[in-house]
Design a protein around this ligand. Structure first.
Ligand SMILES: NC(=O)c1ccc[n+]([C@@H]2O[C@H](COP(=O)([O-])OP(=O)(O)OC[C@H]3O[C@@H](n4cnc5c(N)ncnc54)[C@H](OP(=O)(O)O)[C@@H]3O)[C@@H](O)[C@H]2O)c1
Length: 289
């Protein structure tokens, strides 16, 4: 096994334990950004062989259905990604405990599962990272919150951040803020889709064809996000610039304000964060029971 302390990412062996959509997004990012050769990546599933064949053909990664041969990949890996659904996590993680060693970096993308719970399931072995990516990682535009356990070394941190940079941007946060990250960027894409849905519906009601409505709304959202990035200006400042007193935008914004737009978004974000906490607590309970 290559020691993390001696190497960059290119020489590491990376094993994805759980080969679903999030695992694929990260593996694709690593391969596309040429951070790791596909033959250094292995991807394991419990039973879905068809899915593994697809990943093998698409990326040239090594793929293995659960069984004796996957043990070698897990043992030899410098980095193990935990990427199964929360309901499968406890059993799956506990089952690899004998294979994990303290030198390995364990990166979990499992929503709600705490570092403490992962450490317990692994018997205290491995340096644990908890990450909360979002669905836009699939196209390299993700936003990931990352939290480290105390025993993650500075080099392992650099490697972790380089990995998530290959699928978007990331923010290192204290683990206590992971629920907040879920409320903001984890669930965030769906809020934007929801807003877009309602804009498209309004455009159609106003007589615009469905196809044009969709095109206009998508470009509007894309352009607005890009304007913030391109100009470096605050969203509020850009909004003020396009809102002339008594103009059309002003009329719409005032009506949205009167109808509690800000409060509704604020409550929605907080409710998602709260729900993340509830789900996390359920997982913790299922592990300790
Ligand atoms: N998708 C997102 O946008 C997103 C965002 C943030 C966080 N996450 C987190 O990422 C994790 C994975 O989500 P996903 O959307 O990628 O799920 P997914 O597409 O359902 O993939 C989960 C994979 O895990 C495998 N698996 C389950 N139990 C296993 C076991 N015991 N051993 C080996 N493999 C096992 C499944 O294989 P089989 O089908 O063979 O059982 C499946 O391929 C979740 O915990 C989720 O909370 C996802």
């Amino acid at each position: 096994m290559t020691l993390l302390t001696q190497a960059g990412i290119a020489s590491l062996q990376i094993c994805f334990y759980g080969a679903g959509s999030m695992a694929e997004a990260i593996a694709r990012g690593l391969i596309n950004k040429k951070l790791v050769e596909p033959n250094r990546i292995s991807m394991l599933n419990r039973q879905n062989e068809e899915r593994l064949n697809e990943l093998n053909e698409r990326y040239g990664v090594q793929t293995i259905v659960q069984g004796s041969s996957n043990e070698a990949y897990l043992r030899e890996a410098d980095i193990i990604f935990l990427a199964m659904k929360p309901k499968d996590a406890a059993a799956a993680i506990a089952s690899i405990q004998p294979l994990v060693s303290p030198k390995q970096l364990i990166i979990s993308v499992i929503a709600g599962l705490s570092i403490n719970a992962i450490e317990k399931l692994l018997g205290g072995k491995g340096a644990v990272v908890r990450a909360m990516p979002n669905t836009s990682s699939t196209i390299g535009l993700g936003a990931t919150g990352i939290s480290y356990s105390d025993n993650v070394t500075p080099q392992q941190r650099t490697i972790t951040e380089a990995i998530f940079s290959s699928v978007g941007i990331n923010a290192v946060v204290d683990e206590s803020l992971q629920q907040a990250v879920t409320g903001v960027s984890g669930s965030g894409p769906a809020y934007v889709y929801f807003f877009m849905e309602s804009m498209i519906a309004s455009a159609i009601e106003l007589g615009i064809s469905e196809a044009s409505a969709k095109e206009l709304v998508v470009q509007t959202v894309l352009g607005a996000a890009e304007m913030i990035r391109y100009t470096g200006e605050e969203p509020a400042e850009l909004r003020r610039k396009v809102t002339s007193p008594n103009g059309t935008t002003h009329a719409a914004i005032e009506l949205m304000r009167e109808n509690q737009f800000l409060e509704t978004v604020n409550k929605g974000v907080k409710r998602s964060a709260e729900r993340a906490g509830e789900l996390g607590a359920e997982i913790e309970r299922s592990i300790t029971e």
